[in-house]
Ligand binder design. Structure first.
Ligand SMILES: Cc1ncc(COP(=O)(O)O)c(C=O)c1O
Ligand SMILES: [Zn+2]
Length: 440
């Protein structure tokens, strides 16, 4: 076995040789049976320095091959994912200055440009497809709210791996089209995400097929970790604040992992403050957090959280009603001085219009929830003057056509020129901004 990396059980410290042993033990620790492992590399962490230097010209996630749990480059499955642009968005900075008198640097990670599915799930799916290929695995099971499903369907199809996908009843129809087109199998479960996960697990057991290991699965975590390398490469530092829409929590956990690994390099001094937003129609972690905060975070606060069955939400992509990761997420957020809070899902359309106008890009509803996280955090006073903000914006509008129809409300139906009022883009802009000036 190649010793590029091994796994360490986070519960009992037992060493697991690699994926061979991990997969054959049903993705659990052979000693204590727990499912949480840490990937440890023999690669010198200081080697990252040349990869993040200003003259590095990365073409994909695989620029960071030495820091990913794959042994042989021949097994790489890629579409150029993972090097999504990180852009400074002046219009957000101007708003923060105008409304709250805060001088901020705001960077947005534009995963909408990622090659395969236009979401930040492409990274994990590319790594998963490559690792499964390396281990000769031909079948795989995924339970997902939509974006992970589509990304896995795509990359596993490229690797010739059969992927059985379980999504909840309200998962967006456009995802379905993508998955079917690639010849993968979609099971739309008549229930919520928790039920989709349950049936997927039963299917995986029944046929003896490997299934995604959840939010701490090294296949997803190690891939998403590379966003920290990209922060260092593009911004040159770890930002003060990390904002993202929170569903299961893979993103923030991955940021934590990368920063812990990099500690010995001297490149990172601190963890960013995690400001994590949840859509208000399915916000169990935000609700648990608010309650714990009001009670002064009593001992063991992280063990108490509500479970919402069959949540009815406008943003199903991020609706995890049974947040099993909360007991790990809450202490992490707390240790960074961060917050978990809800945002108004109805405003996702407004933010998509604003971004569409200001940046000429189309974003999906889950990205809307992330961006609203910034506006809400400003309103609640969670951001301080002079800070650098990194906003991980997860998706394009590729698979949210119904959402886009709502966003695009400028159409007038006419049958004569008399009905066509002269158009001025500036008036439209004013309407868009009035909404945010009045609500945030
Ligand atoms: C666009 C988008 N944003 C945010 C999330 C939340 O990801 P996580 O909480 O797993 O980091 C997801 C995952 O479903 C997503 O697809
Ligand atoms: Zn163990």
């Amino acid at each position: 076995m190649d010793k590029k990396f091994y796994f360490e059980c986070r519960t009992c410290g037992h060493k697991i040789e690699g994926f061979e042993e991990w997969f054959s033990n049903n993705q659990s620790c052979p000693k204590c049976g727990d499912h949480k492992i840490n990937t440890v590399y023999s690669t010198n962490q200081n080697d990252i320095k040349k990869l993040i230097s200003p003259d590095a010209k990365p073409e994909s996630l695989w620029h960071y091959f030495d820091f990913l749990p794959l042994n042989n480059k021949e097994n790489i499955v890629t579409e150029g994912e993972g090097i999504a642009p990180i852009e400074r968005w002046g219009f957000l900075e101007e708003f923060a200055k105008r409304k709250y008198n805060l001088e901020l640097e705001i960077y947005v990670n534009r995963n909408d440009k990622s090659f395969a599915t236009g979401t930040f799930k492409d990274k994990g799916a590319a790594l998963a497809a490559s690792v499964l290929k390396e281990h000769g695995i031909k079948e795989y099971v995924v339970a997902s709210t939509g974006n992970t499903a589509t990304a896995f369907a795509h990359y596993l199809a490229k690797a010739g791996i059969s992927c059985s996908i379980f999504v909840p009843y309200d998962s967006l129809a456009d995802s379905e089209a993508h998955i079917g087109t690639y010849g993968q199998k979609l099971f739309r479960v008549k229930g919520d995400y928790a039920m989709a996960k349950r049936i997927a697990a039963e299917y995986s057991k029944k046929y003896g097929i490997l299934m995604t290991g959840g939010n701490l699965d090294p296949l997803r975590l190690e891939a998403k970790k590379t966003q920290v390398y990209e922060m260092l490469r593009v911004i040159g530092k770890i930002p003060d604040v990390y904002i993202q829409a929170l569903s299961g929590g893979t993103g923030p956990f991955a940021v934590e992992k990368a920063i812990k690994d990099l500690k010995i390099t001297g490149l990172v001094e601190k963890m960013p403050r995690f400001l994590l937003s949840q859509g208000d129609r399915c916000a169990p972690q935000a609700h648990a957090w608010e309650k714990a905060k009001n009670e002064g975070f009593p001992e063991g606060f992280e063990k108490t959280y509500p479970v919402y069955d069959n949540p009815e939400t406008l943003i199903p992509t991020i609706a995890t009603g049974d947040p099993k990761m909360y007991p790990l997420m809450a202490p992490l957020v707390k240790s960074t001085g961060g917050e978990i809070f809800e945002v108004n899902e109805e405003h996702a359309v407004n933010i998509a219009r604003l971004v569409g106008y200001e940046r000429v890009i189309k974003i999906g509803p889950a990205s809307g929830a992330g961006l609203l996280g910034l506006f809400e955090a400003l309103k609640r006073g969670y951001i301080k003057n002079g800070e650098t903000i990194f906003l991980n914006m997860g998706e394009s509008a590729n698979r949210a056509l119904d959402f886009m129809k709502e966003v695009a409300y400028t159409t007038s139906e006419v049958d004569s020129v008399d009905q066509c009022k002269r158009f001025d883009r500036e008036n439209y802009k004013k309407e868009l901004w009035d909404f945010f000036d009045n609500n945030y």
